[in-house]
Design a protein around this ligand. Structure first.
Ligand SMILES: Nc1ncnc2c1ncn2[C@@H]1O[C@H](COP(=O)(O)OP(=O)(O)OP(=O)(O)O)[C@@H](O)[C@H]1O
Length: 252
């Protein structure tokens, strides 16, 4: 059901940081998640949809370099992000659905400084950049705040700032709005829309992807359909409604 890629693509310039997967295989607990997955992501806004368990989050982890393919090649801006972690920190950032899967330090300031110091920034410089990011979000007094005293939406904001402070070329969003109130969702959505970086956005919220350049529909670790949102989203929704009409959960 793969659609032809004949739509116009909003490409980045020649210095673009493309995400390339070539014949990627990846297994978890001995079960293949991907075998022979190839993709080239060069558009500014790429959406990923698919059923539960179709491989979206595993793809996000691979692109962010948090896991390495068992076979094949995965490069972001030419770098092997799973092995070159220092390069990966400046190339690709990932925002998880659950901020508690992302935050590792007790204070906001430490969380924001971590990636910068890991990348080689000295402590005062990292602190200065972290503070500038907090100022940008009108959270100047958060540097010494305990993360555990923040609400879920506020912890999401800490994660977003931790990603942005690294100024990565590519940002992977793994259902970043789940559990957020509508006002926060709208505000974060607007902020993300305005970013220059390439966004790869995994979502079950199809309207969030209607303005995207490209949407990829994953099904059991393979590309079921790949094209403009006007093509892919209605086809995906129709198929999900058809499957949802059946009375069994065996394919979950
Ligand atoms: N920690 C893990 N250990 C072993 N297998 C895993 C693990 N996480 C995911 N998998 C397997 O990898 C496959 C893809 O899972 P993934 O989390 O990428 O799905 P998804 O498309 O993100 O689903 P959802 O929409 O539910 O978030 C599934 O078959 C799942 O069982």
């Amino acid at each position: 059901m793969q659609s032809p890629r004949e739509f116009s693509i909003q490409e980045y310039g020649p210095t673009a940081c493309s995400v390339v997967l070539n014949d990627v295989a990846y297994a978890r607990d001995g079960r293949a998640v991907f075998s022979g997955l190839s993709l080239e992501l060069t558009q500014s806004r790429v959406g990923i949809v698919g059923r539960n368990g179709s491989g979206k989050s595993q793809l996000a982890r691979l692109i962010a370099g948090l896991a390495a393919p068992d076979a094949g090649v995965l490069r972001v801006g030419g770098a092997d992000v799973a092995r070159d972690r220092k390069a990966a920190l400046g190339l690709v950032g990932i925002l998880f659905q659950n901020p508690d899967h992302q935050i590792i330090f007790p204070t906001v300031g430490e969380e924001l400084c971590f990636g910068l110091t890991a990348q080689g920034a000295n402590r005062p410089h990292a602190r200065q950049r972290a503070q500038a990011m907090l100022d940008q979000f009108e959270r100047s007094d958060w540097f010494d705040r305990s993360v555990h005293g923040l609400s879920q939406g506020q912890r999401h904001l800490v994660c977003l700032m931790s990603v942005l402070v690294m100024a990565p070329k590519v940002i992977v969003l793994d259902e970043p709005f789940a559990g957020l109130d509508l006002a926060t969702t709208v505000r974060l959505g607007r902020y993300l829309d305005g970013l220059e970086q390439r966004l790869i956005h995994i979502s079950h919220d199809l309207p969030a992807l209607t303005e995207y350049d490209r949407v990829i529909w994953l099904e059991r670790g393979t590309v079921q359909m790949d094209g403009p949102p006007q093509q892919v989203l209605p086809a995906y929704e129709a198929e999900m409604r058809e499957q949802g009409g059946r009375n069994d959960f065996t394919d979950l």
